[in-house]
Design a protein around this ligand. Structure first.
Ligand SMILES: Nc1ncnc2c1ncn2[C@@H]1O[C@H](COP(=O)(O)OP(=O)(O)OP(=O)(O)O)[C@@H](O)[C@H]1O
Ligand SMILES: [Mg+2]
Length: 314
C-alpha cells in the first residue's frame, strides 16, 4: 500500500449547497499534499470528512488502507488534526492541554510527558507551560494546537489553514516545522487558500473550486499548463504613465502595472523582451530590470477558479 489517503466519489450536500461534489484523489505516503481553493470551495468540509468528523452523503475514504467508515478508530489513531479555527481548552494550562490530548490518544503517561516536554520546546512554549491558555496570543494558541495534534506522533497530519492570521515569524515557524515533520516521513494534508504557501511547501496540489477538483499536479506542472500566461516584467528608471505608447509592442495580450513594474502578458516572451529594449532606446528610457516569467501559481489558480465559476453560473 503506497497511498496514505484514497478518496473516491466523495460528496457532501447541505440542503441545496453542493459543498463537496464527487471528488476523487489519492495522497501518497510521505507526501506533502496541498488542498488549495478559494473561500467556500469545500476545503474544510472535505477535511472534516477525511478526519471522520462529518459524514459524507456518498463516497469512500481510505486512510493508510483502513476504510474510515468500517474502521474509524484504527484510522483516526493514525491522524493528527489541526481543524479550522481550533482552540485549546482555555481554562487549562498548555501542559494540561497536551496531557489531555495524549490521554485521549492512549499515549502512556511517561511517553506523553516526555513528548510534551519535547513539543513545548520545539514550539517555544516552555515558559508558558503552566499558564492557562486563556491568556495566549493567537500565534501561541496555534502552535499549541499543532503540538497537541502531534502528541501521539501521527503518521498523517491534517492541517486546515494552519498559518491563517499569523504574523510572518509565526507562520514561518509553523511551515518549517511542518516541512521537517514531512522530511521525517509524516504525510501532510495541508488545506490552504494561500497560494504561495502551497507553491513553496507542497509536492502536489489539488485545486478545488465549487466543490469540484479543477486540477491536481505538481505546482511546477500547473504553472506550465497555461503558456499564454507567460509574461515579461520590466522596470524603467522613469515611471511610464501613458501605457498607450506600449501598444506598439506586438504579441502582447495584456499590460498590467504592478507597483513600479510593468507586466506584459505574451506567449512569445523572448520576442517581447527584445521589443521592450528597442522601445526603451527609442524613448530614451533606462531599463532597470527585465525578466521573463512563467505563469505564477496565482495566475493558474485565478484562471482555473474563474472559468469554472463562469461555467457553473451559466
Ligand atoms: N455546517 C454547514 N451547514 C451548511 N452549509 C455549510 C456547512 N458547512 C459548510 N457549508 C457550506 O459549504 C460550502 C463549503 O464550505 P467550506 O467551509 O468547506 O469552504 P472552505 O473551502 O473551507 O472555505 P474557507 O476558505 O472560507 O474556509 C460553503 O458554501 C458553506 O457555506
Ligand atoms: Mg475552510
Amino acid at each position: 500500500m503506497e497511498n496514505a489517503i484514497e478518496v473516491s466519489s466523495l460528496s457532501k450536500y447541505f440542503g441545496e449547497i453542493r459543498a463537496v461534489d464527487g471528488i476523487s484523489f489519492q495522497v501518497k505516503k510521505s507526501e506533502l499534499f496541498g488542498f488549495l481553493g478559494p473561500n467556500g470551495a469545500g476545503k474544510t468540509t472535505t477535511q472534516r470528512m477525511l478526519t471522520g468528523i462529518l459524514k459524507p452523503n456518498s463516497g469512500t475514504i481510505h486512510i493508510m488502507g483502513f476504510d474510515l467508515f468500517k474502521h474509524p478508530s484504527d484510522a483516526k489513531m493514525l491522524m493528527g488534526v489541526v481543524p479550522e479555527m481550533a482552540n485549546p481548552y482555555i481554562d487549562l494550562s498548555a501542559w494540561d492541554n497536551l496531557m489531555l490530548m495524549g490521554e485521549l490518544y492512549g499515549v502512556p503517561k511517561r511517553k506523553r510527558k516526555q513528548k510534551a516536554m519535547e513539543l513545548l520546546e520545539i514550539f517555544s512554549l516552555q515558559d508558558r507551560k503552566n499558564q492557562k491558555t486563556k491568556g495566549f496570543s493567537k500565534g501561541m494558541k496555534q502552535r499549541l494546537i499543532l503540538a497537541m495534534a502531534l502528541i501521539h506522533e501521527p503518521e498523517l497530519l491534517f492541517l486546515d489553514e494552519p498559518t491563517s492570521g499569523l504574523d510572518v515569524q509565526s507562520a514561518r515557524l509553523i511551515r518549517n516545522l511542518v516541512r521537517e515533520l514531512n522530511s521525517n516521513d509524516t504525510t501532510v494534508f495541508l488545506t490552504t487558500h494561500n497560494i504561495e504557501e502551497a507553491n513553496q511547501m507542497c509536492a502536489r496540489v489539488a485545486i478545488i473550486n465549487s466543490g469540484k477538483i479543477a486540477a491536481i499536479d505538481r505546482p511546477e506542472n500547473l504553472r506550465n499548463t497555461i503558456q499564454s500566461l507567460q509574461s515579461v516584467e520590466v522596470t524603467f528608471a522613469k515611471a511610464i504613465n501613458d501605457l498607450e505608447s506600449l501598444q506598439t509592442i506586438e504579441n502582447v495580450s495584456e499590460i498590467r502595472k504592478e507597483g513600479d513594474k510593468l507586466r506584459l502578458y505574451t506567449d512569445k516572451p523572448g520576442d517581447v523582451a527584445c521589443q521592450l529594449v528597442e522601445y526603451a532606446k527609442a524613448h530614451e528610457l533606462q531599463v532597470l530590470s527585465l525578466n521573463t516569467l512563467g505563469p505564477s501559481l496565482e495566475d493558474v489558480f485565478v484562471h482555473l477558479t474563474d472559468t469554472k465559476g463562469e461555467q457553473n453560473a451559466s
